[in-house]
Every structure is written in structure tokens, then in C-alpha cells.
Design a protein. Structure first.
Length: 131
């Protein structure tokens, strides 16, 4: 409650992230890695840093590091595959694949004055070959 206005920070999260993790599963007598969906969460992509294309002797590449804001209780760890749909909750439909980098939790900044600001910041990495 700030100046007579209730702050609803979860409404800022207009994007959607689907989280996939590699786990080991036993099929018959063989244990093999499988990719499983572990969750789907509201999020917000911010702080995009896209580098210029790099031209190598083999193929040009593009790299980027973007930040993702998710609720503190979301199950995301470094190394997860993330499928992010920008603007999903306001009509967006285009998805982009990322790899989760460092995950940093932030617990109630400003001395708990603003409820709903605790979150995790996830670095999302891409390293794609340009065709």
C-alpha cells in the first residue's frame, strides 16, 4: 500500500517462461538423459544485451545475454532450457529458446516496504549460428 494505491507487481509480468530440465530416466536396462518440463511461470524479460554478429572462418554467430524477472518461488536453476514467449499474457505468441545462466534471488528490497518485489533474476544466454 503506497500513497493509497495498492501495488500489484505481478501484473508487470506479461511474458511466459516454460522451463525444461535434463534428468536421467531408466528405460528398461538403460539409463539415458531425457528432457522434461518442470514448470511454466509468468515472467518479465528486461535488460537485453545483444552483441553484433561475429564472423568466423566457419559461420557467423550472434550472442546475447538477457535478464529474466520471475517470482522467488519459481523452480529455475542454471543450465535449464527456457522457452520464453514475449507478451504472452497480452497477446504475444513468438517463442525464443534460451539457456539459463546465473540465478540470483532478491528478497524484499527497500526493507519490505513494497510487497511483491522479491524475485529471482535469471541471466538468459543465447549462442546461435546465423544462417
Amino acid at each position: 500500500f503506497v500513497c493509497g494505491v495498492i501495488m500489484v507487481f505481478s501484473e508487470w509480468n506479461t511474458d511466459k517462461v516454460e522451463v525444461y530440465r535434463t534428468t536421467m530416466a531408466k528405460v528398461g536396462n538403460i539409463t539415458k538423459p531425457t528432457r522434461a518440463k518442470v514448470g511454466e511461470y509468468r515472467c518479465r524479460v528486461y535488460n537485453s544485451q545483444k552483441d553484433a554478429p561475429i564472423f568466423t572462418d566457419r559461420q557467423p554467430k550472434a550472442k546475447s545475454v538477457e535478464k529474466l524477472w520471475v517470482e522467488i518461488d519459481c523452480d529455475i536453476v542454471s543450465g535449464d532450457e527456457l522457452m520464453v514467449t514475449r507478451g504472452f499474457y497480452v497477446g504475444g505468441s513468438s517463442s525464443t529458446r534460451y539457456l539459463a545462466g546465473d540465478v540470483v534471488p532478491y528478497y524484499e528490497p527497500v526493507g519490505g516496504m513494497f510487497n511483491g518485489l522479491k524475485h529471482k533474476e535469471v541471466a538468459m544466454l543465447t549462442d546461435e549460428v546465423i544462417k
